[in-house]
Design a protein. Structure first.
Lengths: 159, 133
């Protein structure tokens, strides 16, 4: 497993926790494992993300949003020298109804990167039920190479 | 289909309240809705662009309503989706138009476009499948 520099880990912690706005703070994501090969992230159950009035069934859209976010993280740790990154396209298969009040776990990786494009894949399951995937996704991202790091672009407004 | 009754049902869905949108047009094969921008929709905190996942979720919600506008509690069952992101979606209102391209006995295909100022400059296009049984 490739080691990630302490600096990068601190940058990630700052981006995810300290910037304090946007969807990512509502998802309250917790990084469980992280390397250039794969990232594993937990999203706590949140009744706001449900479709039914009993609040036990997650809307597929939040799983799509989770994949999009975690693909971004996987790219950030796997690719050096990227100044901006934009989702080009995203495909998600909903494999079974997301019927549970359990936390959700997602694993994502960047399985191929070129000068301009990153390719990602990922899976989602309820915590403790890795064999019963609830969704699987794939995406491609357009990368802009440059000296201004993604991190400084993301944080310059908050410092 | 009565828009007011439909929007009442929309407001009962927790995640639809999180998205904060209103259905503005509905027919047999088409639904159009507008989302009101909230800080919780942000994906890029510097530029204050919408999160791609919020755009895809809003398009999915509009597609589900186009397929099954009479839903009382749980919207139509989604099978899968593909979305192309064409432009960044900036702070402000965002509209989605969902056209049911085919509705069979078991499966429906819905084509969705999302735009802001001009419909001919879409921010995203998507194809969504739903299971009707």
């Amino acid at each position: 497993m490739t080691e990630i520099t302490q600096e990068k880990m601190e940058q990630i912690a700052q981006m995810w926790n300290a910037r304090g706005k946007g969807l990512i703070t509502h998802m309250a994501l917790e990084i469980k494992e992280i390397s250039a090969e794969a990232v594993l992230v937990r999203m706590p159950f949140n009744p706001d993300f449900c479709v039914d009035s009993a609040q036990t069934l997650l809307h597929g859209g939040i799983l799509t949003a989770l994949l999009d976010s975690v693909f971004g993280l996987a790219n950030f740790v796997a690719i050096e020298g990227v100044s901006t990154m934009a989702t080009l396209d995203l495909r998600v298969d909903y494999l079974r109804a997301a019927h549970s009040r359990s936390d959700v776990v997602v694993r994502a990786n960047c399985y191929r990167v070129t000068r301009h494009i990153a390719f990602n894949s990922g899976s989602i399951w309820f915590d403790g039920h890795e064999d019963d995937e609830i969704a699987r996704g794939a995406a491609s991202f357009a990368l802009t190479r440059g000296d201004t790091s993604l991190f400084s672009a993301m944080t310059k407004a908050t410092v | 289909m009565d828009l007011q009754a439909l929007n009442t049902n929309v407001s009962r869905v927790p995640f639809f309240r999180f998205l904060n949108f209103e259905v503005q047009e509905i027919s047999e094969t088409y639904a159009e809705a507008e989302i009101t921008f909230e800080s919780r929709h942000i994906g890029n905190p510097v530029m204050e662009y919408y999160h791609g996942g919020i755009i895809a979720s809003f398009m999915e919600a509009t597609a589900a309503i186009a397929v099954h506008p009479e839903f009382a509690d749980i919207p139509a069952k989604p099978i899968n989706l593909t979305v192309d992101y064409l432009r960044p979606a900036v702070k402000g209102p965002l509209t989605a138009g969902a056209m049911v391209t085919r509705k069979g006995k078991r499966i429906a295909s819905v084509s969705v476009t999302a735009w802001q100022a001009a419909r001919d400059k879409p921010v995203a296009e998507g194809l969504y499948h739903f299971l009707l049984v």
